[in-house]
Design a protein around this ligand. Structure first.
Ligand SMILES: Nc1ncnc2c1ncn2[C@@H]1O[C@H](COP(=O)(O)OP(=O)(O)OP(=O)(O)O)[C@@H](O)[C@H]1O
Length: 259
């Protein structure tokens, strides 16, 4: 379903959430959550355990239906969609990609084969039989391999990759679906310091073409992302701004950073 731009938005946001609430057995996991992500923006989301970060991703991606509130996604063609009306598969098809914390690449396939499988539209039976990709798809796979810095590992089995490399491959597989907005859950968890910093560089490259929402606890990583930060607490936005600004906020220190 397409919608008109809400009157108070001049420049359509990629994601517009207003007054979103979700209760589980009377407990408000999201409590009138409002947030706007601009086209091409990278946003870091932080907050204590139980703040509602995962639930927020669940309502955006159609996994959980909010009790109240508006969630509008503007796609590449500038059409607007009320995400609260769609299920997970529909939301993914509209252009919202989600990366869960644990990588789920197929270890017995090569890096290239994993990426090939993820391409939007897949391969036709004839292409698969002839092991032929269209020039356009082959170029796209090369671009993704460059983007995730795994071009020299294309024939490596995914099972032989390091944890960080598996995470990058999975992000590459999301890119195969041509998402406009990427939601990424704790990408730096379990990574070495070097992988963490390489991931921040990858995200900065990604943000030139996509909008990104990154949930993370690792402050060094967030600092390296150098983007606007939203602090969630008890299901709503406690503070928003640069990392330096939110780190200096007394309420943020009390509920999160000072612990
Ligand atoms: N399906 C559910 N049923 C009942 N309660 C839930 C459900 N999902 C989440 N909650 C509760 O909602 C609150 C918010 O949880 P959520 O997982 O969104 O927080 P979070 O910020 O992602 O936390 P963490 O940093 O630990 O992952 C928590 O108190 C959690 O116990």
């Amino acid at each position: 379903m397409s919608l008109q731009t809400p009157k108070h938005i001049d420049n359509p946001a990629v994601l517009y959430m207003d007054g979103v609430s979700v209760s589980f057995d009377g407990f408000k996991a999201l409590n009138s959550l409002s947030m706007v992500i601009a086209p091409g923006e990278m946003r870091a989301i932080i907050g204590p355990n139980g703040a509602g970060k995962t639930t927020m991703m669940d309502v955006i991606t159609g996994k959980t239906r909010p009790d109240t509130g508006t969630i509008i996604f503007t796609d590449n063609a500038n059409s607007q969609h009320d995400l609260t009306r769609f299920d997970e598969a529909d939301v993914a098809n509209l252009g919202v990609g989600r990366k869960f914390q644990k990588p789920s690449v197929i270890e017995s396939l090569t890096v290239f084969e994993n990426l090939e499988m993820s391409l939007k539209g897949g391969r036709s039976i004839w292409q698969a039989l002839l092991h032929k990709l269209t020039a356009e798809k082959a170029q796209k796979l090369d671009d993704i391999l460059d983007m995730i810095d795994l071009a020299d590992k294309r024939e490596e089995l995914a099972g032989n990759l390091s944890h960080g490399q598996k995470q990058w491959l999975e992000i590459g597989m999301l890119l195969g679906q041509e998402p406009q907005l990427l939601l990424i859950d704790e990408p730096a968890a379990g990574m070495t310091d070097e992988e963490t910093m390489k991931t921040a560089e990858l995200f900065k490259r990604l943000a030139q073409k996509h909008s990104l929402m990154v949930v993370e606890h690792d402050m060094d990583f967030i600092e390296a992302l150098d983007c606007k930060v939203t602090v969630l607490h008890e299901g709503h936005v406690l503070a928003e701004g640069s990392l330096a600004t939110v780190k200096a906020n007394p309420q943020v220190i009390e509920v999160y950073l000072g612990r």
